[in-house]
Design a protein around this ligand. Structure first.
Ligand code: ATP
Length: 257
C-alpha cells in the first residue's frame, strides 16, 4: 500500500484577531512541493498577518499549520527554520562594511551539526571551503559574480534584494516565503528577481509563496494564486484565471492588471 505524500504546506482555518479586528477569518492555504504560489490582496487584506502566522512570528487564534505532514502551529521560527522554512523581509537585513560574498557565507547553514560557519570565521578567519564554494555558486545564480568583494552598501537596491534572496537560499530551504521582493525596484530589476526565482525552483526545487503587489511579476512567476480581501480568501486557482476574474479585478479597482 502506498501512502500519499502530504502537501508541503497545509494551513487550515487560520484565524487571527487584533483587538476586535478580525485580520484573518478561517483562511486555508495548501502548497504542494515545487509550486510557486502567489498571495495578493488590497492593503490591509491580511497578507502580512497570514505570512506571520505561517512563518511563526504570530500564533493564530484558530486553525492549524502543517509542514510536510508535521504540525508546526506552535513552533517558534528557529525550529521552523531547521525544518526548511525560510522567509525574506521587505526591509532588508544587510550589514554595512561586509562584502557581498561574506553576506552569503554567513547565511549558510552548517552542512554537519558539528560544523559552525560562524565559529570557523571567528577562530580561523575563513569559512570552510565547501561553504565558500556554495556561496560562489549562489553568486553565479544571482548574476552577481562581479560584485563578490564589493561592500554591500555599494550595491543598488535591486542588487541588495538579490543578495537578500541569496541569503535565504543559502539556508537551503524547502519552502521560502517572499514578502514583496519587487518593492521599490524598477522593471529591469524586478525581471532579474523573477529570473532568479525561476532558476532557484528549476535548479534547486525550492517551493515559493510570494506576497506581491506587482501583478506582472505574479503573472510571470506563479502558477497558482490566492486573493485575500478583508481577511478571507475571495478567489484562488490558476494565476491567469484568477487575475481575469471580475471579482478580483473589482477588489483591485484602479490597479492595472
Ligand atoms: P499591506 O498590503 O498594506 O501590507 P496586508 O494585506 O499585509 O496589508 P495586514 O498588515 O496583514 O494586511 O493587516 C490586516 C489587518 O490587521 C489590518 O486591518 C491591520 O490594520 C490589522 N493589523 C495588522 N497587524 C496588526 C497589529 N499588530 N495590531 C493591530 N492590528 C493589526
Amino acid at each position: 500500500m502506498t501512502t500519499a505524500t502530504p502537501p508541503l504546506l497545509d494551513a487550515r482555518g487560520i484565524t487571527k484577531r487584533f483587538a476586535g479586528i478580525r485580520a484573518l477569518d478561517r483562511v486555508d492555504l495548501v502548497v504542494e512541493p515545487g509550486e510557486m504560489v502567489g498571495l495578493i490582496g488590497p492593503n490591509g487584506a491580511g497578507k502580512t498577518t497570514l505570512f506571520n502566522c505561517l512563518y511563526g512570528l504570530l500564533r493564530p487564534d484558530g486553525g492549524r499549520v502543517r509542514f510536510a505532514g508535521q504540525d508546526v502551529t506552535g513552533l517558534p521560527t528557529h525550529r521552523r527554520a531547521r525544518l526548511g522554512i525560510a522567509r525574506t523581509f521587505q526591509r532588508m537585513e544587510l550589514f554595512s562594511g561586509m562584502s557581498v560574498l561574506d553576506h552569503l557565507i554567513v547565511a549558510a547553514q552548517p552542512s554537519s551539526s558539528r560544523l559552525s560557519v560562524l565559529s570557523d570565521l571567528v577562530t580561523r578567519g575563513r569559512p570552510p571551503a565547501e561553504v565558500r564554494d556554495r556561496a560562489l555558486e549562489m553568486l553565479a545564480m544571482l548574476g552577481l559574480q562581479a560584485a563578490a568583494d564589493r561592500p554591500i552598501e555599494a550595491l543598488t537596491l535591486g542588487q541588495g534584494r538579490l543578495v537578500e534572496l541569496g541569503r535565504a537560499l543559502m539556508t537551503e530551504p524547502r519552502l521560502l516565503f517572499l514578502d514583496e521582493p519587487s518593492s521599490g525596484l524598477d522593471r529591469l530589476e524586478t525581471a532579474e528577481v523573477a529570473a532568479v526565482l525561476v532558476r532557484a525552483r528549476q535548479e534547486r526545487g525550492v517551493t515559493f509563496v510570494l506576497v506581491e503587489h506587482d501583478l506582472n511579476l505574479v503573472r510571470d512567476v506563479t502558477e497558482r494564486l490566492h486573493v485575500l480581501d478583508y481577511g478571507t480568501v475571495i478567489a484562488s486557482g490558476p494565476t491567469r484565471e484568477v487575475l481575469d476574474d471580475p471579482v478580483v479585478r473589482e477588489a483591485y479597482l484602479g490597479v492595472t492588471v
